[in-house]
Design a protein around this ligand. Structure first.
Ligand code: C2E
Ligand code: CA
Ligand code: CA
Length: 757
């Protein structure tokens, strides 16, 4: 009997297992699945009844109690009811003496299973193996009791005969079946959870899971979309492959410290995509710890911020920039002005505000349409941008009004004003160039008002008003088109403007003449002279270069003075050539950088030499180091060309510039002229002596002459001699003199020198 029950139970269990497995496919249709499970379990009970043990005619024993009770317990009322009904229907159809008893078993099993389920759901009982066994045992004990009490003959016998096998096998079968159903349910639940987790992993944020050594284990699709790396390209690699060079080692060190300390880190980083592009990213990293508290994984979520940043920039752009020209608007200008004023107060250096207004801009709109007007404004903005240093700001206030803010100009008000004005003049020049618009070439002037600032307490708006006021005056004055708000500044500008005009006039009237300062050697022989410009001003008298050279340089007129000096020097050399006492004399002429770099300079100078008949070997040109550095290769080419014609070169004020030995070697020069500051300080400090000594040694090794200027005392002359400098110029021998005086001096000196020797 036991064997029979075992066989029977095993078959039923196998069937049930297959059926429930099947029912997993239907889990998405909950009610349908339950119905199907109920039907299948009911049918299984029927199969059980088909191969039941028939102890007596009409008395069948089988595993239906196990199946139906577990069906009701695990599947609930619907499953239990359907399975029970099917089993009951079959049992009725089967008929026989035990039909009522059989039906009772079916009802008992279903109700017992549902009762257990209710208790289980309320937490009153568990579903452990022991509890399940008890459940099975109790049920089958009840079944047996029910049989024993049936008002049928032999019922007690039958119950006793069935008792032991039933109470041994059936509870065990109940445990097995319940456990199997539970296992299947748990598995399908696990699968469902895994599917949920997998779906949750595929979110809009990029996700990256690494192990404790930061080796990538898993990434999601969004990660691939952001970084360009597919999962198989990064899994197994170090997460550091996503780093860009934007952050230093310190950054990552701090990040890891925080991550280890708090288990979390988040912040903005710049990462690298597969294609090498970098992008801003919001990164959150969480450390995952195992049950021992050790870090086992890191989970990072990353969000590409490129678009968000672009939107922010766009919003910022709308608020702070002029949409037409892209220049900062009034709002941003005022903000930057406040910063600039604070900075100026701290550094003590002046800044300037330039207010620009195009002349008759309205007519462009009226005559050529708004498109042409817009085009013109964009071109103006572009020119302003190109004329600026990075630290300066150009802004558009509206219509044709622009403002430029210059910072860090100078610590003195005068000098800052000069620089601002020079800048304004350069701007004017640039803005005066024709504007190509469609087929037209438009010309527009500009009026500029300037005001200076070095104080954080000034109100930015007031400063703007000052500059605008000055601009309006500039517009009204119709002269230079540049005006200062400060009357004293304007006065200085006016004076200079007058001086410029005066120089122009002086040049035409040939008022610039050379003075001659002798140059001698160690034996007292006169080698020649340096010509120094003097302005014989009709009302102001004789003026030294300090009164006009700088202004002439800024106004672009110094080269005209130089040319007049050169011409007169050539004529003088030619005149001296015919007299033996003056024939060996050489003349040194000062040259400005502007003249040296003028394309036709060489031709002009050669023409002067030719027309005067002067010997080019007697002409020496004095250049300063700094002016050569502007464009070394052009300077060398010019000088070489002139030297091929016999003209010689001297480096003036030597020792005060950069004195780069590299370029000194390349230049075709003949002489170094020690700056007078070293001579003056000869008695005062040892460093001047050392410098002069070094210059003489350098000249010696490069086979150059050395001459010292500014020699005022005999002591200086002797000291220079001791340092191996054998040529001199200075008040000790003679001041710069007009021609007649120089010639008298020369005659007297030569006589005296002859007498001595
Ligand atoms: P520089 O070429 O260095 O000229 C030497 C200056 O030192 C001259 O001043 C001269 O008078 C002065 N000097 C000469 N010996 C002594 C001395 O013993 N003691 C002192 N204290 N000073 C002495 P100057 O004539 O006023 O010329 C000043 C500067 O103007 C020149 O410096 C030169 O850079 C520039 N310069 C003069 N004439 C011309 C010219 O025709 N063209 C150009 N581009 N610059 C010129
Ligand atoms: Ca000189
Ligand atoms: Ca000099």
């Amino acid at each position: 009997m036991i064997i029979h029950f075992l066989e029977h139970s095993a078959l039923l269990l196998g069937l049930c297992w297959l059926l429930t497995l099947n029912s997993r496919c239907w889990e998405s249709y909950n009610r349908g699945a339950k119905l199907a499970s109920g039907i299948l379990l009911g049918l299984t009970s029927v199969v059980g009844m088909l191969m039941a043990v028939e102890l007596q005619s009409g008395w069948v024993f089988d595993g239906r109690s196990v199946i139906l009770s577990v069906a009701a317990f695990a599947g609930g009322p619907l499953v239990g009811a359907v399975a029970g009904l099917l089993a009951a229907a079959y049992r009725i159809w089967l008929g026989g003496a035990g039909v009522n008893g059989g039906l009772m078993v079916i009802i008992l099993s279903v109700l017992f299973g549902l009762g257990y389920r209710a208790l289980y759901q309320r937490g009153k009982v568990g579903n452990g193996l022991v509890t399940l066994f008890c459940f099975g045992f109790l049920l089958h004990a009840l079944v047996l009791l029910h049989f024993a009490l049936l008002p049928v003959a032999n019922s007690l016998d039958i119950a006793l005969q069935m008792g032991v096998p039933m109470l041994v096998v059936m509870p065990l079968a109940t445990v097995c079946l319940a456990w199997m159903l539970e296992d299947i349910k748990r598995r399908s639940q696990d699968e469902r959870e895994l599917r949920i987790a997998a779906t949750a992993f595929e979110v809009h944020q990029g996700l990256l899971v690494t192990d404790e050594h930061n080796q990538i284990l898993r990434v999601n699709q969004t990660f691939s979309e952001i970084t360009g790396y597919q999962a198989d390209e990064v899994v197994g690699k170090q997460a550091s492959l996503l780093r860009s060079e934007s952050h230093g080692a310190d950054f990552y060190q701090t990040m890891w410290q925080q991550l280890l300390a708090n288990g979390r880190w988040q912040g903005e980083v710049v990462s690298r995509r597969k294609n090498g592009d970098t992008y801003p990213e919001w990164l959150s990293i969480s450390a995952v710890r195992n049950n021992k508290g050790e870090i086992s994984h890191y989970v990072s979520s990353l969000e590409d911020m490129t678009e968000r940043k672009a939107t922010e920039a766009e919003i910022r752009g709308l608020a702070f920039f002029d949409p037409l020209t892209g220049l900062p608007n009034r709002c941003l200008l005022l903000e930057r002005m406040q910063h600039a004023m604070d900075a100026a107060q701290q550094s003590g250096r002046y800044g300037a505000l330039l207010f620009l207004d195009l002349d008759s801009f309205k007519s462009v709109n009226d005559l050529h349409g708004r498109g042409a007007g817009d085009n013109l404004l964009c071109q103006v903005a572009e020119r302003l941008n190109r004329a600026m240093y990075a630290s300066d700001t150009a802004a558009r206030l509206g219509a044709d009004e622009f403002v430029i803010m210059l910072e860090n100009l100078s610590s003195t008000r005068q000098h800052a004003a000069r620089r601002a004005e020079q800048y304004a003049m350069r701007l004017k020049q640039r803005l005066h160039q024709p504007y190509p618009i469609e087929q037209l070439e438009l010309h527009r002037g500009v009026s500029i008002g300037i005001t200076l600032f070095n104080n954080a307490n000034t109100v930015a708006d007031t400063l703007l008003q000052e500059a605008e006021l000055a601009m309006n005056q500039a517009k009204a004055s119709l002269r230079q088109g540049v005006r200062f708000f400060d009357p004293a500044m304007q006065e200085a500008v006016n004076t200079r403007l007058l001086l410029e005009e005066d120089i122009q006039r002086g040049l035409q009237a040939q008022e610039f003449i050379p003075y001659f300062q002798p140059q001698l050697d160690d034996r007292g022989q006169v080698l020649g002279a340096e010509t120094l410009a003097r302005w014989q001003h009709p009302t102001r008298g004789l003026l030294a270069p300090a009164a006009f050279i700088e202004v002439a340089e800024q106004a672009g007129m110094v080269e005209l003075i130089d040319l007049q000096m050169l011409r007169q020097a050539c004529l003088q050399l030619a005149m001296w050539q015919s007299t033996p006492s003056t024939a060996p004399l050489a003349l040194a002429v000062n040259l400005s950088a502007r003249l040296l770099y003028q394309p036709n300079f060489v031709a002009t100078l050669l023409a002067y030499l030719a027309e005067s008949g002067a010997d080019p070997h007697r002409l020496k040109l004095e250049l300063t180091e700094t002016m050569l550095l502007d464009d070394v290769s052009t300077a060398i080419a010019r000088m070489q060309e002139l030297r091929d014609h016999g003209i010689r070169f001297s480096i003036d004020d030597f020792g005060t510039g950069y004195s780069s030995l590299a370029y000194l070697q390349k230049l075709p020069i003949n002489q170094l002229k020690i700056d007078q500051s070293f001579v003056r300080e000869l008695n005062e400090n040892g460093s001047s002596e050392a410098i002069i000594k070094a210059i003489c040694a350098l000249a010696d090794s490069l086979q150059l002459e050395v001459i010292a200027e500014g020699v005022e005392t005999n002591q200086q002359r002797l000291q220079l001699l001791a340092l191996n400098c054998r040529r001199f110029q200075g008040y000790l021998f003679g001041r710069p003199m007009p021609l007649a005086e120089f010639e008298c001096w020369l005659a007297a000196h030569q006589t005296a020198n002859q007498t001595i020797s």
